[in-house]
Each structure stands twice: as structure tokens, then as C-alpha cells.
Design a protein around this ligand. Structure first.
Ligand code: GLA
Length: 380
């Protein structure tokens, strides 16, 4: 029995560094995917091979827990371990992994790998991928990332790649409200969302991401609120520390900007959406301090060339920027960004397709040997 599953990368349209503070985010899936082909084995061995690394990882489920696996295999084997911990009775398997999601570009190549593995493995167990199983897999993938990989991320990425509606964005509320689909209709008005991968790589496992998270927790404690979602801009005067004030101001204002963006999308007001994206970038650059010169350059060059709005997306410290551009200005905008990078002595960025796409799915199965109760094909 063999299953092929795939999961996309994601762009976070807006709502950055808000997931771990009970806030709002608005991601969508992009047309770059991780594809995994899982073949059941008769023993309990797991063999993972990827087109991106020279050597496979081999072991058993028990060998894949926290502290046991490093590098790319931690995301893949760690997801299988987390599935085992969640009570899924996984068989041994051979897995071949391939991906078109750029690694380290802030587009969730990690969550994409986790989700593809999770969706493929539960299909191998004969489970149908309905919406309740998808939500369960979000938690499984989060567990793999935080406990096995050791990256203290907030869940935005796993929700996005497993739950994003086809062609639309997903409004996520980490304060508890259920996710909601938000249509993305800019293409109907000849507006394009472009992705600019600066080629600068960020690392989430250690360092600045964790310190931003800790600063948000310190601001939450100093304000005496249950999360920064419960704070308002008027509360900021109660913070003594200027750094914590800036961090909290970003989070509180970013949550409002997500609401503004949803309103602009509903009104199909691309100028207003662009303004909101710009304000988000300034806040991430100046208050949250997670941008970098390359991201700022990409954003500024895109705006100079006629983008309606632009911002960094994802965790920051490198990775990608997005820009909302009238279709007739897309080529000029890309050329302007390239020229700005050349003038700054930087390697050319990579321009990627930001067309809203679909969430993780089973894309092929060897139906002849499928066990009872399994509904074949993508069940999204
Ligand atoms: C990374 C993390 C997410 C989120 C973003 C910032 O992508 O994985 O959980 O915190 O950064 O919005």
C-alpha cells in the first residue's frame, strides 16, 4: 500500500508575531508544495529519504522523539513520533520526500513537511481526512515542531497549511474563536500578490524569535492581562520598559490591522489593504525589530515601483517580503527590486508566485490494498 500526500507553503498576509500572544493572523496557502510518497512496510522500520539531503534517516518510531533526531529528519520523523503519541497506530514505512517550498524563506517549508507527513501517514492508517482530523493534525504537527525540532513557534504555520481554504485566506484567532475563511479576490481586479524571497536565511530554533516571545510574555505579565490580545494601546502607558512597550505596541496594533485587512478585503479596497500592509511592515521594522536591511530594501523598492502595499511575511530576520501590485506593474516592480539589490551589492532575490492555493491533501493512493473505511483520494 502506498499513499502520496502534499502540503503547501504559506504566506501570512498580515498578523505577524501575534499567534503566540492570543492574537489574529490571516495566512493563505501558496502554490509550492512538499510531496511525500509513503509505502507501508511489513516491519516496524521507518526509512525517510529526501531529494534535498544525501543520506536517508532510518529508525523506529521510538527513535524519533525529542532530542533523538536532528536536521530535516526531525520535522518528518518527529511528526510520525507525535502521531504515535496521539494514539495513531502507524505501520513501518518507506517515505520519499520532495519539495518545491523554498527552505528558510519564511514560507513554512517546515510546517509543509510536517503536514504532508501527517496527512500521508494517517491515510496509510486508513483514516479519512475530514475537518476534525485536520484540526487534530494541526496539534500533532505543532508538537513535532516544538518538542522534537525544538522551535518555539506559535501554530500559525500548521493551521495555515492544514486548514487554508482553496484560493482564500484563513482568519485565525488564537484567543479561541474558530478559524474563518476570507475570500481573496484581488485577481478579479487585476491585482497580484507577489513574493520576493530575499535569499537571506533565518533560524527560528534559537535566538531572536525566542527572545521576542519572551518579551511579549514579560509585557503580558507586567500589564497583568491574560494575553496581549486583552490589552489596548491605552494600556501601554503602564509599561515602564521602552522595549516591552514597543513589542506590545506592535502586537496590539497588528491585531487591529488584521481586522482592517479583513474589512479592506471585504470592500475590495486594494489601496486600503496596501496601506495596512505598509503599516504592518513599519511596525515589524521599528517596534518589533524583526525585519532586516534586505527585507526593507525589497519593500521600499516595490513601493517605489508602484506596489499598493508591501511587507515582510513570516518570522522575519530574513526570508520573504510580499507586495500587492497592479498586474500591469508587476514586471516593472520585479525589475526595480532586482536593480535595488544589485545597487546594494546583494545577490538577486527570487520572485515567487503568490497565487492563493489549497491546503494539505492526499493526492494519490494505491486503492487496491486500501483497508476498510478508507475513502480514497483527496477528501478536502
Ligand atoms: C514563524 C512562526 C509562526 C509565527 C510567525 C510570525 O513563522 O512559525 O508561529 O509566530 O513566525 O508571525
Amino acid at each position: 500500500m502506498a499513499i502520496t500526500a502534499s502540503a503547501p507553503g504559506r504566506v501570512n498576509l498580515i498578523g505577524e508575531h501575534t499567534d503566540y500572544t492570543g492574537g489574529l493572523c490571516l495566512p493563505f496557502a501558496i502554490p509550492y508544495t512538499t510531496t511525500v510518497r509513503l509505502t507501508r512496510r511489513d516491519d516496524d522500520r521507518i526509512r525517510l529519504t529526501t531529494t534535498h539531503a544525501p543520506r536517508p534517516w532510518e529508525g523506529r518510531l521510538l527513535d524519533a522523539g525529542p532530542g533523538a533526531v536532528a536536521g530535516w529528519a526531525a520535522y518528518a520523523a518527529g511528526t510520525l513520533w507525535a502521531l504515535g503519541e496521539a494514539g495513531f497506530d502507524l505501520p513501518g514505512m518507506d517515505v520519499l520526500i520532495d519539495s518545491t517550498v523554498p527552505i528558510g524563506a519564511g514560507l513554512s517549508s517546515s510546517a509543509s513537511l510536517e503536514a504532508a507527513m501527517a496527512v500521508g501517514a494517517v491515510a496509510l492508517c486508513g483514516r479519512t481526512l475530514d475537518s476534525s482530523l485536520r484540526r487534530e493534525l494541526v496539534e500533532v504537527c505543532r508538537r513535532a515542531e516544538t518538542e522534537v525540532v525544538g522551535a518555539p513557534t506559535g501554530g500559525l504555520d500548521q493551521h495555515a497549511v492544514l486548514l487554508a481554504p482553496e484560493g482564500g485566506a484563513l482568519l485565525l484567532d488564537f484567543d479561541g474563536a474558530p478559524p474563518r475563511a476570507v475570500p481573496l479576490t484581488w485577481a478579479e481586479d487585476r491585482v497580484v500578490l507577489v513574493i520576493i524571497d530575499t535569499g537571506v536565511t533565518h533560524a527560528l530554533v534559537e535566538g531572536d524569535y525566542g527572545s521576542r516571545r519572551a518579551e511579549c510574555e514579560a509585557a503580558t505579565a507586567a500589564l497583568g492581562v491574560r494575553s496581549l490580545r486583552a490589552a489596548t494601546l491605552a494600556d501601554l502607558g503602564r509599561l515602564q520598559d521602552p522595549v516591552l512597550t514597543r513589542r506590545a505596541r506592535h502586537v496590539i496594533s497588528e491585531n487591529s490591522r488584521v481586522e482592517d485587512a479583513v474589512a479592506a478585503l471585504g470592500a475590495r479596497d486594494w489601496t486600503a489593504l496596501g496601506r495596512t500592509l505598509n503599516a504592518s511592515h513599519r511596525s515589524l521594522r521599528d517596534d518589533f525589530e524583526v525585519s532586516c536591511p534586505e527585507l526593507d530594501l525589497a519593500v521600499d523598492a516595490a513601493l517605489d515601483a508602484g506596489a499598493l502595499g508591501a511587507r515582510m511575511t513570516g518570522g522575519g530576520f530574513g526570508g520573504s517580503a510580499i507586495a500587492l501590485v497592479p498586474a500591469e506593474r508587476v514586471d516593472g516592480c520585479r525589475r526595480a527590486v532586482d536593480a535595488a539589490f544589485t545597487r546594494a551589492g546583494l545577490a538577486a532575490p527570487t520572485h515567487l508566485d503568490g497565487t492563493p492555493s489549497g491546503a494539505a491533501a492526499v493526492i494519490a493512493d494505491d486503492a487496491a490494498s486500501v483497508g476498510p473505511g478508507y475513502s480514497s483520494g483527496s477528501s478536502r
